[in-house]
Structures are given as C-alpha cells and as structure tokens.
Design a protein around this ligand. Structure first.
Ligand SMILES: Cc1cc2nc3c(=O)[nH]c(=O)nc-3n(C[C@H](O)[C@H](O)[C@H](O)COP(=O)(O)OP(=O)(O)OC[C@H]3O[C@@H](n4cnc5c(N)ncnc54)[C@H](O)[C@@H]3O)c2cc1C
Length: 489
C-alpha cells in the first residue's frame, strides 16, 4: 500500500532540509522531494557563505526576526553537527562622508534588531583591524557576530539528521503538478510517480512562486537576482582579517570581500535582475565590475590569482520580506522569497514553519530520541584528516592524498560516497570533500576522483559528469530501520 505521508516538503535547499530536520523531531511521516540528484544544489550552493546576524535587516520584518532566532539556534547546531564556521566578525566600511553619516542609523537598526554588540569605530581603528584596505575610509561599523559558514555542509547535515530520524528523501524528483484531492495533496513527480501527503510545504526556492500557483495563489513573483562572485587563491587570505562589508542599499547588501572557511577569498556579489531562473553563468561585465570594486577596497587583492568564478540567483520578489504564508484551509505552507539570507535564517525558518503547520492542525508529538550526526570537517579552522597522524595510523586511506590542491584524502572521498546521504556525482563529492575545488580546479585529480566514484558506486564513469542529464531515474533514500518511532497511525 502506498504511504500517505503526514508532510511532503518540496525542495531540498538549506531551507527545505532544515524544515525536514525540524519535523523529524516529531512522530510524523515526512518526505522531502528534490528535483536535483543531491541536496543543496540550488541557490544554497552558490552564495557568499556569510553567517549573517541580521544586523542590517529591515527592523520589524519576519526576515529580521527569523535571522535573529536562527543565529541563536545555529550557534548550538554548528558545534554539534561539525559545520565549518569562522567567527571573524564583519567590518562595514564607510568610504564617503555621506556613508559615514549613515553609520549611526545602521548601528541603531542593528541594536533594534537585537544585535547589540555592533559599534561605530574610527578610521584609525578600521586600519588597525584591516591594514591592507585602500586609503580613504571615513570610519566603520564593527559587527562582531558576522561570521563565515560552509553552505555545502549545512544542508547535507540537515538532510542526514532528517534521514536518520525517519524522513524519506526522494532525489531526481522534480514536482510537475500538485493537486488537492479528497483532503490529500497529490504531488506528481517524474514518470508520473505520485506522492500523497496531508500537509504540504513549498520550499522550492526560485520556483516557489510556480508551486504556489499550482495551489491557486498569486501572492508573489520570483525575479532571479543574479550575484556573480570571484574566488581568489588562498595566498590572498593574508590580506584580510574580517568580512569587509559595504554600506548596504535598499536593493542589495552590496559587494563584499570575505575569506571563506576553505581559506580562499571571495569578492562579490553583483546584483542584477534576470528573467531566466537557470542563468547562473558569469558575465564579462559582472566580473569587470567586481574587479573595479575590489581594487577600490583592497588594491592588493587584484595582484592575486583567481581560482574560480561563479554566480548564484537570489529568489527576489516584489516584496521586501520573506513570503512565508500558511494556508490553513489547504494545510499548505509556502516558504518563498528567501532572498539573500536563507542559509543563515534556515533554522529559524524551520522552527517557524513547524509552528505554522501545528497551527493548521498538524500534531507535533516529540519523539523520545533524536539521532544527531557529526559531519566530516572540510574547513581550514578545524582538523583535516591529512594532518591527523593517529587517524592515518588507524586507516592509511586518510594519508593517501587524492586532491593535492585541497589535500583531500582517499579516506574522506570513500566516507562521502558511503555516507547516509551519499555523494553519487562529482558535484556532490566536491561539496562534501572539496576535491577538485582547488587552484587547479580538478585538472590533476578529476580523472582519479571519477574513477573512485565509478568504482564505489558501480556507475559508468562516462556518464558520471552528466547525471543531471535527460530524465534521470528518481532515487529514494529511505531511513534506516532503527530510525524512528512510528509516524502517524
Ligand atoms: C549571490 C548570493 C549571495 C548570497 N549570500 C548569502 C550569505 O552570505 N548568507 C546567507 O545566509 N544567504 C545568502 N544568500 C541567500 C541564500 O543562498 C538563499 O537564501 C538560500 O540558499 C535559499 O535556500 P532555499 O532552500 O530557499 O533555496 P534553494 O537552495 O534554491 O533550494 C530550493 C530547492 O528546491 C528545488 N526545487 C525547485 N523546484 C522544484 C520542484 N518543482 N520539484 C522538486 N524540487 C524543486 C531546487 O532544485 C532546489 O534544490 C545568497 C544568495 C545569493 C544568490
């Protein structure tokens, strides 16, 4: 007999996976449906990777509130789950007299948002903190809580804990239609596969407006706002100590320069409205704009090598806030318009959405036990296996370096392929281990990495790079037998 789930969640980005993990704490049957072959492959994998405090969010908005709540929840979670983070602090620099005069307003907004440790600092202090900055700063705002986070590990960690606690994950499952029939949501995926659920959560990111239309709502339209970024080599890391932020405008947080948890330096993003939700290409003009801005902020950065460029699409709407709405009569929650802060706000959003579902009648009865999972560390601030002599002595695969740029070992690659939410594509392996993400971008190790992946998964190496191709079969990850107490009868 086909399972009737209590809740179906569409979209396994940072937001959908966080919601799945949150619901896994309760005695419910939950299914998470994702169009791509892995979790975290949408906007969640292509952003600036800042763990925002919400200091500059518009006061009184849901976004400001959920960012604040999420920050507190993440503080515990990143430690428990081993998510790479670096608590560097942000330095917002005023480059003109006009910007300088906006600092008190920005500080007051931060304090009103509950980020009370934000303070104005003098130009002298700005240069003491960041000696390589260009001359001409008027002063700045120091935001101690702005931090770096690994946006790759986070959704995988959420999905892993969701799975271990009973959530079913269906990958390569693009939802094509949703109908409400006889009180049940009938969700139609590829090859006419049907999933039925009592409650529905739409966390489809850039496509959340289209899913919302299927339920008869036209409250917002997503306009993809492209942000292009440049990744500089690790040698550039010595040039800065904090996240260097610009004074934000009403439309964008602006171009920042930030270290990453992997030891690189990011410059970006741009902000450009497009009409194509798939256009994640970089452009000559976008990169040129970034280089000019980068030169104006941190001139020495321009002498450093570029490792990669990429672009992500923000799910911007005509509104200035998240579009999270409960339609209680339909037992449906839309989680749309999670613009430029969704990685940071994910846990706050998840808690809020669970509350909305409860309001609509979903019984939230906590399980007696919740299984946690520690993710392998891929950040530079934590221990990496190639440096752990005892670990290598126990298993020499942790001493066999496959990707020399990022010092990724065979042991880590095998772990990723055989993890609860396994890496089945090269892209999935990159995000779990950093293999092929270094300065040679896989020139030296890609063939070897593909060979290992093909061998371990039994896939044909020729097709490994094109798993996203035409109509790949859906792939279901079911929870382990001991995962959970019974869901709803
Ligand atoms: C340039 C840029 C910089 C940013 N910087 C930051 C930052 O520094 N810090 C921060 O916190 N946030 C940042 N963000 C925002 C953040 O990345 C997003 O808010 C967040 O990733 C949104 O997560 P999501 O789960 O809503 O969307 P997504 O990650 O896009 O996930 C949605 C998922 O739904 C799936 N899906 C869509 N349609 C269907 C369907 N029909 N059926 C099944 N599945 C479907 C997609 O494949 C996708 O995996 C930035 C964004 C950009 C673009």
């Amino acid at each position: 007999m086909q399972t009737i789930y209590d809740v179906a969640i569409i979209g396994a980005g940072a937001v959908g996976t966080a919601i799945a993990r949150e619901l896994a704490r309760y005695r419910l049957d939950v299914v998470l449906l994702e169009a791509k072959p892995d979790v975290g492959m949408g906007t969640t994998k292509a952003n600036t990777a800042i763990w925002h405090t919400g200091f500059d969010a518009k006061t009184g908005t849901l976004e400001a509130r959920l960012l604040r709540r999420s920050y507190a929840l993440l503080e515990d979670y990143v430690a428990q789950a081993g998510i790479p983070t670096e608590r560097l602090g942000g330095l917002l620099v005023a480059w003109t007299e006009e910007q300088y005069h906006t600092l008190p307003t920005l500080r007051d907004r931060a304090h009103a948002n509950g980020v009370t440790d934000v303070r104005i600092i003098s130009a002298e202090e700005v240069y003491r903190l960041e000696p390589h900055l260009n001359r001409g700063a008027w002063g700045g705002l120091f935001v101690p809580g702005e931090s770096l986070i690994c946006p790759f590990t986070l959704p995988i960690a959420y999905a892993t804990e969701a799975l271990l606690n009973g959530v079913t994950l269906k990958l390569n499952f693009p939802v094509g239609k949703v109908r409400l029939e006889n009180g049940l949501h009938t969700v139609i995926g590829p090859r006419e596969e049907v999933v039925r659920a009592r409650y529905l959560v739409n966390a489809a990111g850039l496509y959340s407006d289209e899913i919302d239309h299927m339920l008869g709502h036209h409250d917002f339209t997503i306009t993809p706002r492209r942000g292009e970024l440049i990744v500089f080599d690790k040698f550039a890391r010595r040039l800065l100590n904090h996240v260097i932020l610009p004074v934000p405008t009403a439309r964008t947080k602006g171009v920042l320069i930030s270290p990453t948890v992997y030891g690189n330096v990011l410059l970006g993003p741009t902000a450009e409205d497009l009409d194509d939700k798939t256009n994640t290409a970089t452009s000559e003009q976008g990169l040129q704009t970034l280089l000019e801005k980068g030169r104006a902020i941190l001139p020495d950065l321009l002498s450093e090598e570029v490792t990669a460029t990429y672009a992500g699409l923000r799910a911007a709407t005509e509104h200035k806030d998240y579009q999270i709405r409960l339609h209680a009569d339909q037992r449906y929650v839309c989680v749309g318009g999670i613009r430029s802060t969704g990685v940071s706000a994910s846990m706050g959003i998840a808690e809020y959405v669970a509350g909305l579902l409860a309001e609509a009648g979903l019984p939230l009865r906590p399980k007696a036990e919740f299984k946690t999972f520690k993710m392998p560390n891929i950040g530079e601030a934590g221990p990496r296996p190639y440096r752990q002599a005892e670990r290598i002595a126990r298993n020499p695969d942790y001493g066999r370096v496959v990707c020399h740029c990022e010092k990724v070992t065979l042991g880590e690659i095998l772990d990723a392929i055989h993890s609860p939410v396994p890496a089945r594509t090269l892209d999935a392996l990159r995000r779990r281990t950093r293999a092929t993400q270094g300065r040679c971008q896989g020139f030296n190790c890609q063939a070897h990495v593909i060979d290992i992946l093909a061998q371990e998964t039994g896939q044909d190496p020729r097709f490994l790079l094109s798993l996203e191709g035409d109509d790949p079969p859906p792939f279901t990850l079911t929870p382990p037998a001991d995962a959970t107490e019974e869901g709803q009868p």
